[in-house]
Design a protein around this ligand. Structure first.
Ligand code: 0GY
Length: 305
């Protein structure tokens, strides 16, 4: 099957720079995706966008180029609840990739066990309206209860303005809950403004809540350094991400978000994204927790001494 990309789609950046920041040994890229290839793993009929291909081999090449040891591959909405591309990538990784899948209420216990055996350790619940159709909360709670029994967690993706409405549902989840991209704060608002304060309260009052401090390129309004000379890349996101890292050092994760779906104005250089890390995790200890200790505890607990 061949697919036509969504008009205006930006392809991932081939030829990323070599980061200046040396990742600690054993670092995990804890948020990335594979897209197809569409000819082998067709995109889902209910998708809201059609991406370019981004294969497992290309993901693993990026991992090696940037200096990561492992990946956590998150099911992208363009594949719906068809996790075959994700499973194929996890299986091919020789234990160096874990997965976060999307499942429906109809998933069988046998399917869940097969996903677990492939390396899946979580499910993603997506509340970003431009990406998915609404799923009833009772269906999600039912799924959460079932995957809890496997020791998995729930990854949630939502936008900051929707947190008040989703609060009761999120705080009722019985598992570890991992928030994508800090709940997408509006970084034009003050760091101590009410919206981000609510997110910090969410993490402070619920010790099962973790956050990915990823995607400065998605959240930034100041843009990459090409627009700003020698300034830190995506510098308007730094105070937000740093606040989360310094407040909750044991519950943060970082990922490239390669191949960066749905970016409209520019495609980031993944080497530059890695160079963003020391701005938000300024000490070697914070870097080790963010990049190694935390993701290992969540995704490879058997390998943690
Ligand atoms: C991300 C962000 C986005 C897309 C998806 O699964 C997806 O389609 O996650 C987005 O468009 O904001 O984390 O990759």
């Amino acid at each position: 099957m061949s697919f036509e990309k969504t008009p205006g789609w930006l392809d991932w950046y081939a030829g990323p720079s070599t980061p200046r920041f040396r990742l600690p040994p054993g670092s995990v890229d804890a948020h990335c995706h594979v897209f197809g290839p569409g000819a082998e793993f067709p995109f889902a009929p209910e998708r809201k966008y059609t991406p370019c291909d981004a294969s497992k081999a290309q993901l693993f090449a990026l991992r090696d180029h940037l200096g990561f040891a492992r990946n956590v591959i998150v099911q992208a909405t363009c594949h719906g609840a068809d996790n075959r591309a994700l499973v194929d990538a996890c299986r091919a990784s020789q234990g160096r990739a874990r997965g976060v899948a999307t499942v429906r209420r109809s998933v069988s216990d046998a399917e869940l066990h097969s996903l677990h055996e492939a390396g899946v350790r979580g499910v993603r619940f997506n509340f970003v309206k431009r990406l998915v159709d609404f799923t009833p909360k009772d269906e999600l709670l039912e799924i959460a209860a079932r995957i809890k029994a496997l020791g998995w967690h729930v990854v949630i993706y939502f936008e900051a303005q929707d947190l008040p409405e989703l609060w009761d549902f999120f705080t009722a989840l019985p598992t570890t809950v991992v928030v994508d991209h800090m709940g997408r704060p509006d970084v034009r608002q003050p760091l101590d403004g009410p919206e981000f304060a609510l997110f910090l309260k969410f993490m402070r009052e619920h010790e099962n809540v973790w956050s990915k401090v990823s995607c400065p390129e998605r959240l930034s309004h100041s843009g990459p350094p090409a627009l700003h000379g020698e300034q830190a890349a995506y510098r308007d996101v730094v105070p937000f991400a740093r606040k989360v890292v310094e407040s909750f050092p044991e519950r943060v994760l970082w990922g490239t978000d390669w191949p960066h779906p749905n970016l409209k104005d520019h495609m980031p250089d993944d080497g530059l994204l890695v160079d963003f890390i020391p701005h938000i995790a300024p000490t070697p200890e914070l870097q080790r927790k963010l990049l190694v200790d935390n993701p290992m505890r969540l995704y490879w607990p058997d390998e943690v001494r």
